[in-house]
Design a protein around this ligand. Structure first.
Ligand code: AMP
Length: 393
């Protein structure tokens, strides 16, 4: 099936052609017709699945130019809000739909100006609520309400704001909910705030042909040296090294830099402007290796990320899925490499139990053992259970 076969508006088809979207992805094939028909939709959405276009295309089609704000899209972070707005702008270009992006930590004035002209608003819950309270967003006029990455919004403490905003919406609006998981609080929102919704499940499936996953079993003391060796050996175009802790991310980035690798850290402990600058530099390929924590890297959408390195395995299996979703985007190839030491085995087993991924073990190659300098942090505290990991094959 191609986008032309879906009977979409000409202006949208032209925009899609310009950005070289030919065939709809699986979630787009399922969600676009349902949303166009006016159904509420709950989609279990994997990152990199094309979910932004899945709700963005029918929304752009539905809104009427010059009739004020008709669609509200909530996002957990400013980065995601900007990214989603940017993506929707790509296929609303020819229709002339205007999108306002609203998020906290920055001045109200330009955002208020944008809201006056916009048909679609993308924003983080706190600022959206402020704008409603100040009268710059008028809930009765909104007929499409999207909760994107809804589980993450709950994780980030936005539950009350989400409920508050949902309560302001007109009863007969259309609600679209996109989430990787379905925590209990979300079940409540789903029951209370939506009509009979259609459900789309796409599960966390990765395409083994384009995304290869490997793991190495290695003592923690040698992890950094192996990482350095692999980065030198694989020469990734752009890569993200995921760490479980902020300090660890800083230390790994600093040690990589000291070894001549163009690396930078990205985590929630950094000021917003520094985070944004780092993401921009990574987009512009002025940074080759981004050393990040899960929250900070959520939603980063850079096409040429060829490698994901897991310096540790996240306690939450879904975070692993989100991490590897940063590579092999939109049909490109990618490699995800996990470095496991004793502390990681429980979490790794959880990943394997939750998803039926094909993650192959690789014997560590010969590599030089380098010094890893730690800065004011005692990693011995992080030592986990002593149980040995049983190899699967
Ligand atoms: P998302 O899951 O919305 O973050 O999208 C992941 C990536 O896939 C983004 O870079 C999109 O621009 C791209 N993408 C989404 N849909 C398509 C499509 N039908 N054809 C090609 N690329 C797409």
């Amino acid at each position: 099936m191609r986008f032309e076969d879906m009977g979409l508006e000409e202006s949208i088809l032209d925009s899609l052609q310009r950005i070289k979207f030919d065939k709809p992805t699986k979630i787009q094939r399922k969600a676009i017709p349902m949303i166009r028909e006016g159904h509420d939709v709950f989609a279990q959405s994997e990152t990199g699945s094309g979910k932004t276009a899945a709700f963005g295309i029918p929304i752009v089609e539905k809104v009427k130019i010059g009739e004020g704000i008709q669609a509200l899209i909530l996002e957990p972070t400013r980065e995601l809000a900007k990214q989603v707005a940017g993506e929707i702008k790509k296929f609303s270009k020819y229709k002339g739909v205007k999108i306002a992006t609203v998020y906290g930590g920055t001045s109200y004035v330009p955002q208020i100006k944008d809201l006056k002209r916009a048909e679609i608003v993308v924003g983080t819950p706190g600022r959206v609520m402020d704008m409603m309270n100040k009268g710059h967003i008028s809930p009765p006029d909104i007929n499409i309400f999207v909760l994107d990455e809804a589980d993450k919004m709950i994780d980030m403490g936005f539950y009350d704001d989400m409920v508050f905003i949902a309560k302001q919406m007109p009863r007969d609006r259309q609600t679209l909910l996109f989430s990787a998981t379905m925590p209990d609080k979300l079940k409540y929102i789903r029951k209370k705030f939506s009509k009979k919704a259609k459900t789309i499940e796409t599960a966390y499936k990765v395409n083994d042909d384009v995304l290869k996953q490997y793991f190495y079993d290695i003592p923690y003391t040698k992890k950094f040296s192996l990482l350095l060796h692999l980065i030198a050996d694989e020469a990734p175009e752009l890569s993200i090294v995921f760490c479980n802790a902020r300090r660890e991310a800083d230390d790994v980035a600093r040690n990589l830099k000291e070894n001549g690798i163009n690396a930078r850290s990205l985590h929630g402990g950094m000021p917003q402007n520094k985070r944004e600058k780092t993401i921009k530099q990574f987009h512009a390929k002025n940074i080759e290796v981004l050393v990040a924590t899960d929250v900070a890297a959520r939603g980063i959408d850079v096409k040429d990320v060829t490698h994901i390195f897991n310096y540790g395995i996240p306690a939450n299996a879904e975070d692993y899925a989100n991490r590897i979703g940063r590579t092999a985007r939109a049909g490109e190839e990618g490699t995800a490499i996990s470095l496991l030491s004793r502390d990681d085995h429980d979490a790794f087993r959880r990943v394997q139990r939750t998803f039926s991924y094909n993650i192959q073990e690789v014997r560590p190659p010969r590599f030089r053992v380098m010094e890893f300098k730690k800065h004011n942090y005692n990693y011995s505290k992080r030592n986990g259970p002593k149980r040995r990991f049983r190899r699967s094959a």
